[in-house]
Every structure is written in structure tokens, then in C-alpha cells.
Write a protein that binds this ligand. Structure first.
Ligand code: NAD
Ligand code: USQ
Length: 410
């Protein structure tokens, strides 16, 4: 039996936030979405759109009321730019939990140029800090659940299983005495976007220590899939699906590429190993995190939110086997290790009962169906990833006859 909570979902109009809002609502919680539609505006700025047709937030909320009988609240607030409005709403509604998805989340977009770098740092770090500041100002014991990323650990290949957020270290002092410490795992972000998640971690550490805020930081892997049990219930509840070179994530992109007969766009050798999780498990994990808050005075609770790790070339081979798509190895526009190992602990979610969906061939079915159903909405010009991480990659791409400029020609 779930104890009913009032939950704010910051970024509740987005890819992870929308299905999470529905799931928490179905579990009986009182859900209020806060969003500034910046993601929809970036679609317009880039000339792209979700593969799936998404309706307005008002239509989404109406459709959910019709199928579930439950009401979702909504407030248009820019959490980075409107701290007073955010604080006033928190003070008035006194949420038990705030789930924070409201950040610019695409690594390639964050590396496009100075405008996007500044926007990403400003939006993400300021937004997170405004939430923390508001909780202190309101004197509330609200539990903050933040969506972080596996990318804060870096992809250098640690040589051991990556723990959940903290690393045990032994220091030997001048007298030869040994001291055991647990420190935040040294962060090695690979993009400006990932850097903002590293900065968020320090903000959380400070506010948990100084103000005894209760904070859970979920280090999530790459999310794949689209639909959840709740979003399947009505066409107007369909989740967004990014496939373009800036916002599309690797597996969903491969499935769209296969659906339109485009070769699978493997960057480099495809030796990059990454962590993955299906969107249906994202929403389950968040419900579990909401139900298991840290105590007041605890350090930040960090959980790795992943199902499994896979190499990009193995993903491509799997998609090729299932769909018959060809594979193309492209010069990598990103500055990242060509090959890395990645072993990650997800012990806490497993101990809370998560039995994650693994990427077996059968489970790709729904994403392939969605990719095929909406294939005529794909804009071929936006398939290739064109943002170079630095001058080095720009030159490499240039030599390969790609149209890449300082801020990347699309
Ligand atoms: P998304 O871009 O689809 O959703 C983010 C939402 O936040 C959007 O609706 C956007 O309009 C809103 N938003 C952004 N800045 C805001 C602001 N200043 N004020 C109010 N609203 C704002 O992204 P997503 O894929 O749903 O990701 C959600 C969170 O999960 C992000 O923080 C991301 O870093 C994290 N995450 C995502 C993935 C993934 O694969 N999608 C993986 C790991 C972690
Ligand atoms: N890649 C390809 N071909 C493509 C697209 C990507 O080979 O067409 C490669 C990339 O070079 C990279 C890997 O696939 O090595 C993953 O790229 P991605 O775009 O799927 O994922 P990433 O940029 O890491 O970001 C995504 C989300 C981000 C989240 C992160 C989780 O956009 O919000 O934080 O996954 S993680 O990767 O675990 O840090």
C-alpha cells in the first residue's frame, strides 16, 4: 500500500518526466507538473520534432483525467529564471517530494557552441540551486529526488565495479597512520552537459550537510524505449521520442534508422560501453526512490539507475540482426574513449525489488513498431550527428567531407 504524497515533477513535460508523472499519479500520489517548455522550444530552434506527435500539456492532462479519473496539476515556471515564483509555489503547496528532471539534457547540444554551453550551465546549475535554496527558505523537509547521470563517473574504464556515488579511500598520514574515508566518486564528465551534473553533486553535498536537506541523486544510464503502461492508454498520452543527432540517444536512433532504411550510425569503432535502462524501469525506479527517502541529516543518497551495460557496436549488431539494417562506422564527432569497459553496481535498486528489463531481442518490438508507424515524420537531414566536441574532432570530420562549422552546420 503506497502512502499518498504530494509530488512536484519539475520537467514533467519531457521524455522521462511525463511518463513518471503518470506513473506516480496512477500509484495514487497527488502530482503537480512544473515545466517551461524549453525542450519544445529547442525543437523549434533546431527545426526538429519528436518522432511521435505530442499534444499540448493541457490535452495531455485532459486525456489522463479521461482514462484514469485522476487530475494532474500544472504550472508554467522557469525554475532557473523564476526563483521567486518557484519558492512561492513550494511554500503554498508544501510538497512531500520534488522529482527534478528540469535540465538541458543533451550532451551534443551542450557542445554546439558558446551560446549552448552557457545556456546549459546557466539553466542546469541555477535551476538546481534555486530548488535547494527554495527548500531552505521555506523550511520544509521535502525529499528532493534528482535525475543525475552515469556520465559523472567518466568512461575511462575504472578497472573495478563502479560503486553507488561514493568511493572508499585509505589515506596514510605523515605518522604512517591509516585513515578510511568515503568520498564522492571523483567526477570525470565528458561534456558540458555532464559537467553540470557533476556541479549539481557538489550543491547536493553542501545542502545535505549544511541544511540537512533530504536528497536522492539517481545516476541514470541511457534511457531507451518510449511507452509505459500509462502512456499506452490513449494516443494523446504518447511519450516524446527524440531521434535526431542532438537529442536522440543511441539505441532509439538505431531503431529509427533501421525503420527508414538508413545505415546504423556507429561513432568510431563502437567500442564505447554505456549503461542502459528502459523507460518503464525509469518510472519504476523513481517510484522506489520516492518511497525510500534518506533520513534528515543523512548524506546524499546516490543510486545507480541502470539495468545493464552494453557496447555500442554490440547494440548495432543486435539491431542489425533483428531488422536487417546495415551498419556504418562514422568518424566520431565526440571526444571520448574509443573503447572502454564499464561495470556498474545497481545493488540498491535490486535490493528494493527492481528486476530490470534487459535488452533481449523481443523487447525491442514496441520501439520498432513506433519507429515504423511514424517513419514518415523523420527528417533525414537531422539523422547525422554533426556537433564536434572540439577543434580536433572538427578537423577530423572536415577531412571526411562532413559539413561541420564552428557551431556546426545542419
Ligand atoms: P527532456 O529534455 O525530454 O525533459 C526535460 C524537461 O525539463 C523538458 O520538458 C524541459 O522543458 C524542462 N525544463 C528544462 N529546463 C527547465 C527549466 N529551467 N524550468 C522548467 N522546466 C525546464 O529530458 P529527459 O530525457 O526527460 O531527461 C530528464 C532528466 O533525466 C534530465 O535531467 C536528464 O539529464 C536525466 N537523464 C536522462 C536520460 C535519457 O536518456 N533521456 C538519461 C539519464 C539521465
Ligand atoms: N553514439 C553512436 N551513434 C549515434 C549516437 C550515439 O555511436 O548515432 C554513441 C556516442 O558516441 C556515445 C554513445 O553512443 O558513445 C551514447 O550516446 P547517447 O547520445 O546515446 O548518450 P549520451 O550522450 O551519453 O547522453 C544520454 C542522455 C543524457 C544522459 C546520458 C546517460 O542524452 O541525458 O545523461 O545518456 S549516460 O550516457 O549514462 O551518461
Amino acid at each position: 500500500m503506497v502512502s499518498r504524497k504530494k509530488i512536484f515533477v519539475l520537467g514533467g513535460d519531457g521524455f522521462c518526466g511525463w511518463p513518471t508523472s503518470l506513473h506516480l499519479s496512477r500509484l495514487g500520489h497527488d502530482v503537480v507538473i512544473i515545466d517551461n517548455f524549453s525542450r519544445r522550444r529547442i525543437d523549434a530552434e533546431l527545426g526538429i520534432r519528436s518522432l511521435t506527435p505530442i499534444v499540448s500539456i493541457e490535452q495531455r492532462i485532459d486525456a489522463w483525467r479521461d482514462v484514469s479519473g485522476r487530475q494532474l496539476g500544472f504550472h508554467y515556471i522557469d525554475i532557473a529564471q523564476d526563483p521567486a515564483q518557484l519558492t512561492a509555489l513550494i511554500a503554498a503547496e508544501m510538497p512531500d517530494t520534488i522529482v527534478h528532471f528540469a535540465e538541458q539534457r543533451a550532451a551534443p547540444y551542450s557542445m554546439r557552441g558558446p551560446v549552448e554551453k552557457r545556456y546549459t550551465v546557466g539553466n542546469n546549475v541555477q535551476g538546481t540551486h534555486n530548488v535547494l535554496c527554495a527548500l531552505v527558505e521555506c523550511g520544509l523537509d521535502t525529499h528532493l529526488v534528482h535525475l543525475g547521470t552515469m556520465g559523472v563517473y567518466g568512461y575511462g574504464g575504472a578497472g573495478f565495479e563502479i560503486p553507488e556515488g561514493y568511493l572508499g579511500v585509505e589515506i596514510v598520514d605523515k605518522a604512517g597512520e591509516r585513515h578510511d574515508w568515503e568520498i564522492l566518486y571523483p567526477t570525470r564528465p565528458g561534456s558540458i552537459y555532464h559537467l553540470t551534473k557533476s556541479m549539481d553533486q557538489l550543491l547536493f553535498q553542501f545542502y545535505a550537510q549544511n541544511d540537512k536537506l533530504r536528497i536522492t541523486d539517481l545516476h541514470q544510464g541511457i534511457v531507451w524505449g518510449t511507452q509505459t503502461e500509462e502512456t499506452r492508454q490513449h494516443e494523446d498520452l504518447i511519450n516524446r521520442f527524440d531521434y535526431d543527432g542532438e537529442y536522440g540517444t543511441v539505441l532509439n536512433r538505431f531503431l529509427v534508422e533501421a525503420a527508414i532504411g538508413h545505415p546504423l550510425t556507429v561513432h568510431g569503432t563502437g567500442g564505447q560501453t554505456r549503461a542502459f535502462i528502459n523507460i518503464q524501469d525509469t518510472v519504476r525506479c523513481i517510484a522506489l526512490a520516492v518511497a525510500h527517502p534518506p533520513q534528515r541529516g543523512d548524506r546524499v543518497k546516490i543510486l545507480n539507475q541502470i539495468a545493464e551495460t552494453l557496447r555500442v557496436r554490440d547494440l548495432a549488431a543486435l539491431v542489425s540482426r533483428v531488422t536487417g539494417a546495415s551498419i556504418e562506422n562514422l568518424p566520431n564527432p565526440r571526444k571520448e574513449a574509443a573503447e572502454n569497459d564499464l561495470v556498474v553496481s545497481n545493488a540498491t535498486f535490486r535490493s528494493l525489488g527492481l528486476d530490470p528489463i534487459l535488452l533481449e531481442e523481443g523487447l525491442l518490438g514496441e520501439t520498432i513498431e513506433i519507429s515504423t508507424r511514424f517513419a514518415d515524420r523523420v527528417d533525414l537531414a537531422h539523422i547525422r550527428a554533426r556537433t564536434a566536441w572540439s577543434h580536433e574532432e572538427r578537423e577530423l570530420l572536415g577531412r571526411q567531407n562532413h559539413t561541420v562549422g564552428a557551431r556546426t552546420a545542419v
